[in-house]
Ligand binder design. Structure first.
Ligand code: PFF
Length: 462
C-alpha cells in the first residue's frame, strides 16, 4: 500500500491507506450509528426507513463521499482552502459553511458523548436505575459539565498530537475494539426472549410507512452518519497519498459505517422488544433508557461489566468522530492563519466547548434554552440542542452535499475529478461505477439534495 508519507510535510498526513480508512471509518462510525440510527428507525416506522437509508447511502452518498475525498486530496487543503483553490475564491464561503457546520455539530455532539461517558460510570457502579431517570441525568448540569469537559479534553489531546501520531493511532486501536464489542453484544441480544419480534420490526419493511418525512429523515441520517457535507472528508482526504486508491477506500468506509449502524440497530431492536418497550418512541433518550434495563437483566456483576463496557465502546466510537469534527476547523486555522497546531487546537476546542454550554443547560436547567424556539406551525417548542441539530445536521449537511456535488461536477469540472479518482485506480472513470458516480454528481445529487434542503428549510423554519 502506497502512502505519501505526508507526515514529512508540515501539514502532516496518514501513513498509508489503511491508516486513512481507519480514521475516516472512525469519523463515520459514532453516535450517529449507535445512538441516532436506532431512534430514527424507531420514529421512522422500522424496516421501511432502513431500506430508504440504505438506498441513499449507496446511491447518493457514495458519489458525494468520493467527491469530498478527491477534492481534499487534489488540493491538499482544508475545507475552505480546497473550495477556494485554483482561482475559485468566491467558493471559499462554501468551505466556511462546512467549518461552521462542523463546529456547531461538535458543540452538541460533545454533550451527548459526555452522556455516554457518564453512563459508563453509572453502569460500572451498578446504578441501572439511571435509565428510568434519564431526564434527571441530562437535567443535571454539574454532571453534564464535568463529563463533557473530560470528553473535549481527550478530543483536543488527540487532535493536538497530529494526523498520524494522534488521529490515526487512536483510530487503529479504537475501531477494532469497537467491532469486537459490538458483535458480542449483538449476539447476546439475539438470544433474549422476544428478540425475534424486534428483528422483524427492523427488517421487514412496511412500505405504507414511507412518507416525505421518512425520506428526508433517512437522507439526513445517511449524511450525518457518513460524516458528509461538512468538509470532514475533504480535510481527511487532504492527508491521503496520491497513489492510494480512493475508490476502494470510499467503499470500505461506507461498508464499515453502514455495517455497524445495521448491527447496532439489530442489537437495539432485539433488546427493545425483549423488554417490551416497543412503540414508546424514545427519541434521543432511546438507548439511554432502554439499555440499562437490558444490562440489569444480565445479572448484577456481569450486567455491570457488559453495560459499562458498552458505554465505553460508545464513547470510543464518539471519540473518533469528535476528533474528525474538531479537525475541520483546526485544519482551517492551521493552514490559513499559520497558527501552530498545538495552539490552534486549544483555542478552537475551547470556543466550541463554550458553544455547547447552552445545549447542556437546555434540558430543564435554564428555561430560555429549554424552550428555545417555537417553529411556525408546530405546537411544541424545541430546546437549544435540538435547534442546533435541526440547523446544522438536517439543513447544512444536505446543503453542503449539494454544493460539493455542484462544485465537483460544474466548477471543478468532470475531467479533473476523473483524473483524481483514476490516480491509484486507473480505468475507473470509464467503468460502469465510474460513469454512475459522475452522472450522480451532475444530476441526481444536485436535484435530490437541493430539493431536500429547500423543503427542510421551508418546513422547519418558516
Ligand atoms: N458520522 C458521525 C456519527 O455518525 O456519529 C458524526 C459526524 C462526524 C458527522 C463527523 C459529521 C462529521 F463531519
Amino acid at each position: 500500500m502506497a502512502g505519501i508519507k505526508n507526515s514529512e510535510s508540515s501539514r502532516g498526513g496518514f501513513s498509508n491507506k489503511f491508516g486513512f480508512i481507519m480514521a475516516a471509518a472512525g469519523s463515520a462510525v459514532g453516535l450517529g450509528n449507535i445512538w441516532k440510527f436506532p431512534f430514527e428507525v424507531s420514529d421512522g416506522g422500522g424496516g421501511a426507513f432502513v431500506v430508504m437509508y440504505l438506498a441513499f447511502c449507496f446511491m447518493l452518498c457514495f458519489p458525494v463521499m468520493m467527491a469530498e475525498i478527491a477534492l481534499g486530496r487534489k488540493t491538499n487543503k482544508n475545507a475552505v482552502g480546497a473550495f477556494a483553490a485554483n482561482g475559485h475564491k468566491k467558493w471559499a464561503g462554501v468551505g466556511m459553511l462546512a467549518v461552521l457546520s462542523g463546529s456547531l455539530i461538535l458543540s452538541f455532539y460533545n454533550v451527548v458523548a459526555g452522556w455516554a461517558l457518564g453512563f459508563a460510570v453509572e453502569m460500572f457502579s451498578g446504578n441501572f436505575a439511571v435509565g428510568n431517570n434519564f431526564g434527571e441525568f441530562v437535567g443535571n448540569w454539574h454532571i453534564n459539565l464535568m463529563v463533557s469537559t473530560v470528553f473535549m479534553f481527550v478530543t483536543i489531546y488527540i487532535v493536538a498530537k497530529g494526523v498520524s501520531g494522534g488521529i490515526e493511532k487512536a483510530s487503529k486501536i479504537l475501531m477494532p475494539t469497537l467491532l469486537v464489542l459490538i458483535f458480542g453484544l449483538m449476539a447476546y441480544s439475539l438470544t433474549q426472549p422476544g428478540a425475534i419480534d424486534g428483528v422483524k420490526f427492523y427488517l421487514i419493511p412496511d412500505f405504507s410507512e414511507i412518507s416525505f418525512k421518512t425520506a428526508y429523515g433517512a437522507m439526513g441520517q445517511a449524511f450525518f452518519s457518513l460524516s458528509l457535507g461538512m468538509g470532514a472528508l475533504i480535510t481527511y482526504g487532504s492527508y491521503v497519498g496520491k497513489k492510494d486508491n480512493i475508490v476502494s477506500a470510499t467503499a470500505m468506509i461506507l461498508l464499515a459505517d453502514v455495517g455497524i449502524a445495521f448491527i447496532a440497530g439489530l442489537m437495539m431492536f432485539a433488546f427493545i422488544f425483549s423488554q417490551g418497550l416497543q412503540g414508546q418512541g424514545g427519541g434521543a433518550g432511546l438507548i439511554f433508557t432502554v439499555l440499562p434495563g437490558a444490562f440489569e437483566s444480565i445479572g448484577p456483576v456481569l450486567g455491570r461489566c457488559i453495560g459499562g463496557l458498552f458505554f465505553v465502546l460508545l464513547s470510543f466510537a464518539a471519540l473518533t468522530s469528535t476528533v474528525s469534527l474538531l479537525e475541520v476547523p483546526v485544519a482551517y486555522v492551521v493552514d490559513e492563519f499559520e497558527i501552530r497546531r498545538s495552539r490552534a487546537v486549544w483555542i478552537v476546542g475551547a470556543v466550541i466547548f463554550l458553544l455547547g454550554v447552552p445545549s447542556m443547560l437546555g434540558n430543564g436547567t435554564v428555561e430560555f434554552f429549554t424552550n428555545f424556539v417555537h417553529y411556525h406551525g408546530s405546537n411544541t417548542t424545541v430546546n437549544f440542542m435540538d435547534f442546533i441539530e435541526d440547523l446544522a445536521s438536517d439543513t447544512f449537511l444536505p446543503l453542503g452535499g449539494f454544493l460539493v456535488s455542484v462544485y465537483t461536477a460544474y466548477i471543478w469540472r468532470g475531467d479533473k475529478f476523473k483524473e483524481e479518482i483514476e490516480s491509484g485506480n486507473p480505468g475507473f472513470a470509464t467503468s460502469f461505477m465510474g460513469k454512475y458516480t459522475i452522472f450522480a454528481l451532475k444530476y441526481l445529487a444536485p436535484f435530490i439534495l437541493g430539493s431536500i434542503t429547500i423543503i427542510t428549510i421551508l418546513s422547519k423554519f418558516f
